[in-house]
Design a protein around this ligand. Structure first.
Ligand SMILES: Nc1ncnc2c1ncn2[C@@H]1O[C@H](COP(=O)(O)OP(=O)(O)OP(=O)(O)O)[C@@H](O)[C@H]1O
Ligand SMILES: [Mg+2]
Length: 349
């Protein structure tokens, strides 16, 4: 294994880029889908990666864990820069596992659960064959299932149970980081909560880090201490969860916050919804200046002229918006407008 440095962040991604061939007019050409993506993660940390469908979240996850070859940027694990060697590939597999969105297609229907869980132990040569079943048994128990599911096939399990198996398959390799790509989106709300609680319990026991990919801010809010928001393949804002929810600096993030459902009906009725105008521009024809300018209610000439870079607006809080200093954007609590403080009783004369 390559030498690593324990004092460095667990994962450090700098300037990650990925392009896919797409049809542009009559020709096919490589179009950037992710550009300038940077992220660091410490051991045991949970970070949310949020943005609407097609903004490049899965591409980021797959490129970080080597399922897609990157077109630019660097990935460091414990300070070691990951290259193309076999040793580095093995280091990535040992350190990072990914759980995919769809528990119906991510498990091989012809294999028993025991065989599905033994596969990574076999491929990565993590344990001798006579230990596979015992380790698979421990893995299913760690995700709250009974050992008697080991001889069953995926089709005989519920969606929630299948997703637990997918998580057990990721955890059986004892990774330091699990990238959960919409891992609970396909599940009923009550099952979602169970799986999220289970992930939090596992983290408390093992100190595993999670990169939680979701289109839904409400899902990542309770699990993640930090949130990165993407729009059209670029990071537009990044902050601690509390800071992002209370002091958003990017108009896109304010709009996302306004769409997060309020559990309390009175607050839900009083919440202001920030509607975004216009369509999402195609990746093949992005605006010259700020990528959000075509839908931004605050866009000025300056925004159309140059693309803003991410800059630090407060410690640990970065935003890519030229106007962040003069916009007074609202956090979740301020978006609930109509519930004003009760009027003070008139003074008795
Ligand atoms: N293998 C591929 N070949 C060509 N284009 C791709 C490929 N994978 C993704 N894309 C394109 O890259 C863009 C980003 O896709 P990606 O799946 O990463 O988005 P996402 O944020 O995960 O979306 P969703 O929330 O729907 O899962 C999309 O325009 C998609 O069509
Ligand atoms: Mg995706």
């Amino acid at each position: 294994m390559p030498s690593t440095n324990d004092a460095a962040p667990l994962l450090e991604v700098t300037g990650l880029a990925k392009a896919f061939p797409m049809r542009v007019g009559r020709h096919k050409q490589k179009v950037p889908v992710v550009e300038g993506f940077s992220l660091y993660m410490q051991r045991g940390e949970s970070v949310g990666l949020v943005g609407e469908s097609g903004c490049g979240k899965t591409t980021v996850g797959r490129t970080i864990c080597g399922l897609y070859e990157r077109d630019g940027g660097t990935v460091r694990i414990d300070g070691h820069e990951v290259g193309a060697s076999r040793e580095d590939e093995a280091l990535v597999h040992k350190t990072i596992q990914m759980v995919f969105q769809d528990p119906y297609t991510s498990l091989d229907p012809r294999k028993t659960i025991a065989d599905i869980l033994a596969e990574p132990l076999k491929v990565q040569r993590l344990a001798p064959k006579d230990q596979w079943r015992e380790l698979a048994g421990k893995a299913v128990e760690s995700v709250g299932l009974k050992r008697d599911c080991l001889d069953r096939y995926p089709f005989s399990l519920s969606g929630g149970q299948r997703q637990r198996i997918a998580i057990a398959r990721a955890l059986i390799c004892d990774p330091q980081l699990v990238i959960c790509d919409e891992a609970v989106s396909a599940l009923d709300v009550s099952v979602q909560a169970q799986v999220l609680n289970m992930l939090a319990d596992l983290q408390a026991k093992t100190d595993v880090a999670y990169l939680f990919i979701s289109h839904d801010l409400a899902v990542v809010r309770h699990l993640c201490s930090r949130i990165v928001v993407m729009y059209l393949g670029r990071i537009v804002e990044e902050a601690s969860t509390d800071e992002l929810f209370s002091h958003p600096r990017h108009p896109y993030v304010e709009a996302l916050l306004s769409a997060v459902p309020e559990p309390d009906p009175q607050r839900a009725r009083a919440k202001r919804r920030v509607e975004l105008e216009g369509e999402l521009p195609p990746l093949t024809d992005l605006p010259q200046g700020c990528i959000f300018s075509t839908r931004c209610p605050f866009a000025t000439k300056e925004c159309l002229a140059a693309r803003p870079q991410l800059e630090e607006c407060a410690p640990g809080h970065r935003v890519a918006c030229t106007r962040w200093r003069d916009l007074q954007l609202k956090g979740t609590d301020e978006l609930v407008e109509a519930i004003a403080a009760p009027a003070a009783p008139a003074a008795e004369s």
